[in-house]
Design a binder for this molecule. Structure first.
Ligand code: NAD
Length: 320
């Protein structure tokens, strides 16, 4: 069980791409952070990389002035996983996305950490319930899924297993919110919310390329300039409610004729349309948006798209 004391000491196990970014965020927020990796040499090299990257981010105006020195004052490398976690209040497991690696690293972490420490996995898609089997005292174990790049993407998904204590959920959420992140408590299903959706889109995109129906370049161009434009402001449900659920059912009819059952209109959608609920134009829909606010909603959307178009022009084209 975790105690009620405040979190001040953090350990990040796996100091690669994601773990490194998380260590920068924790130390910039005032926490002491020790990183561990497969070897002490790797952990020491990560600290050097993170400091020189922080200097570069500072020069580009991406990190506040003085960040590199703040990180240097609070970031250290451990000689082993056991050393890193021995005095930690909160431990982030950020090793490679392989079940065998996570299994052995989580067992080592939970064997050496104080019983009061929270242990958080950054897994992209493995259910937390499965990983919990590798953890001693799994009530202190929770999924905390940051997005890439960790310092710059707002959302962090927080995922309980059936063992995770409510206190661990609350303390974890408080910690991550305090870093300026947007915390979303999501269910423990493979891929959680973000990756289940992101990977469905990517799968279909790759299929189109395999079929010769499009190219990676063309798909990226269309996505980033079409529905990609909506996603910074609202998700698929508000989008469908605004477009009209009847329109969506009609589109699914054509798509399912071409691509079969996997493109059949989902039952929840068909049921709403059968009841005469077409989204915001009739009131209701998935999000229950009030039709009397349609002008306000449309005006926000239009201002958002115009501002995004301006930002894209200022930034210039994606250099990839
Ligand atoms: N890259 C992404 O876009 C992204 C986004 C969100 C979540 N994640 C998840 O974060 C985790 C880490 O991904 P990443 O992209 O940072 O990978 P990465 O390869 O950059 O980093 C993994 C780190 O783990 C270390 N490691 C491997 N085996 C170890 C062991 N036995 N003991 C200690 N350290 C060990 C590696 O040396 C490396 O430094 C994965 O679970 C991944 O699915 C990745």
């Amino acid at each position: 069980m975790t105690g009620s004391h405040k979190i001040s000491e953090i350990a990040v196990v796996g100091s690669g791409y994601m773990g490194g970014g998380m260590a920068q965020v924790f130390t910039m927020a005032g926490y002491n952070c020790v990183v561990a990796d497969a070897t002490a040499e790797l952990a020491h090299a990560s600290v050097e990389r993170l400091l020189s990257e922080a200097r570069s981010f500072e020069k580009q105006g991406l990190f506040p002035a003085g960040s590199r020195d703040e990180i240097a004052a609070r970031l250290s490398a451990a000689e082993s996983i056991e050393d890193a976690v021995a005095k930690a209040d909160y431990i982030a497991e950020v090793v490679s996305e392989r079940m065998d690696v996570k299994d052995s690293v989580l067992a080592r972490i939970s064997g050496a950490a104080p019983s009061s420490a929270i242990i958080a996995s950054n897994t992209s898609a493995i259910p937390i319930e499965i990983l919990a089997a590798s953890v001693e005292l799994p009530d202190r174990f929770v999924g905390v899924h940051w997005m890439n790049p960790a310092p710059f993407v707002p959302t962090v998904e927080i995922i309980p297993s059936s063992h995770t204590s409510p206190e661990v959920m609350d303390k974890t959420e408080e910690l991550i919110k305090g870093l300026g992140k947007v915390t979303s408590r999501v269910s423990d299903v493979a891929g959680f919310v973000a990756n289940r959706l992101q990977f469905a889109l990517f799968q279909e995109a790759v299929r189109m390329v395999e079929e010769g129906a499009s190219t990676p370049e063309l798909i990226d161009e269309v996505v980033s300039n079409s529905f990609g434009f909506r996603l910074p402001f609202f998700g698929p449900f508000a989008g469908a409610d605004m477009a009209g659920l009847d329109v969506y059912v009609g589109a699914y009819e054509s798509l399912s004729k071409a691509y079969g059952e996997r493109y059949a209109a989902p039952k929840l959608l068909s049921d709403l349309v059968a009841q005469g609920d077409f989204g915001i134009k009739t009131g209701g829909g998935f999000r229950g948006m009030d039709p009397s606010r349609i002008n306000e909603i449309v005006s926000y959307r239009n201002r958002a798209y115009t501002a995004l178009a301006k930002l894209k022009e200022e930034l210039g084209p994606f250099p990839g």
